[in-house]
Design a protein around this ligand. Sequence first.
Ligand SMILES: [Zn+2]
Ligand SMILES: [Zn+2]
Length: 486
Amino acid sequence: MPSLTFYGGVNEIGGNKILLEAEGTKIFLDFGMSFKIANTYFAEFLNPRKCSALADFFEFGLLPDIKGIYRADYLKHMDRPEEEKSIDAVFLTHAHADHAQYIHFLRTDIPIYCTKATKIILQSMEETGRNPFSDLITACDAFTFYTNKKGRFSRVTRKNTDFVHERNFHVMEPEEKVKIGSLEVEMVPVDHSLPGACGYIVFSAEGSLVYTGDIRFHGTNAELSKKFVEKAKAAEPKWLLSEGTRIDNAEKDSEEGVKNEITQLISRAKGLVFVEHPMRDLDRVNTIFEAAETNKREFVVPLKLAHLIEAMGDLCPFSLRDVKILVPKKGWGLIDRDGIDRELIEQDYANWEKEFINRENAVTCKALQKKPENYVVSMNLWEINQLTDIQPKGAIWIKSSCEPFCEEMELDEERKRNWLEHFGIEEYSAHASGHASGPEIKAMVEEINPERVYPVHTEHPEMFKDFSKDIHVEVIKLFREHYLCT
Ligand SMILES: [Zn+2]
Ligand SMILES: [Zn+2]
């Protein structure tokens, strides 16, 4: 009998780490970070320490203490003996941190299955991120010394390429099936607020299991989610792991509606238009791009987004050449100064940023200040200090991201409002969620019609009980305990 163990995603939105075991085969469905637990014990200036290796993560249940899944360098640093690999594969539904971030801690020989877009996004996050726990595509041996040219020991960094290991990634094509021991797993794309999102159908000798990942039915790729439901239904699953982020919300969202609103707002604006959006949601990014284009304005993107757009290639609906790249002042802030050696200016930037700052379509705050009516600018709180350089007049700010859902986000929101008030910027909002509404989830579960549904990624699992009486709702109470799939 297959069994499921939930190491996250229970009574919380995200942190999914679901272990499926069947006849000796063990796979993880997602291996994400729990924001809920992380925010309970940690904050911006109180983080799990890298020097503790896994100890800080084990202490609070951020990571499960399971033998045979973690990196040898971390285990060694904790004086734990070497372990043998104990799981067969990890299947990632998408690259959001609450589903994928903690693969950082996994052994590099564990195969990781995902879509092409998911791998590219993870790669972009690894290359552009500063988080010490973002060994996503490759892993650099931590707490390790090498013998330097002087014959002395030095600490290994990413520059010591002999100590950087590729993870064992397998990119899956739509509807591709792979055999993992006693299981067969099919990848089925879905619509979500991140490119490359998918669900999985797992076939076992005792019946099949469907995992939705994060899903919605109102985005640009809504058709994918509808096909997913059809496929899932055809598999006649015994078990369904269903997300339920918005199970308590009946409001129907629409990406098309967001596009109309943003287009309207831009058309009425006289000065600069700033848009705050989830950085890697290329659906939304394209919505803003098109809204800017309709209004004959140029879309200006930050360096990190420029990196992702280029890395995505054909998977992004437009090319990096079609937009402007905003180069912020950093370090000594020499970018806007005339007559300074290019090499000296470049020293202000990380290596990956240097790839973009000299492009023909690179602009600085000066350009935005000169012709504000020409631009729509992708902006977020972390780069808002550029407003001091721009000194915008009569600008507007469109919040195209979710409302704060924790205290820390509320404080950030307040800080942002202070900035907007200071510069006399009017704020508007236009957003559609990455998740299906309550009625849509209900319709999906009824259509797929499993024998048993396990609500995950929701704070209201009991609300699934409103569904048709034939479907048993298993509300997970025993976090980290086995659930036999009966
Ligand atoms: Zn999620
Ligand atoms: Zn997500």
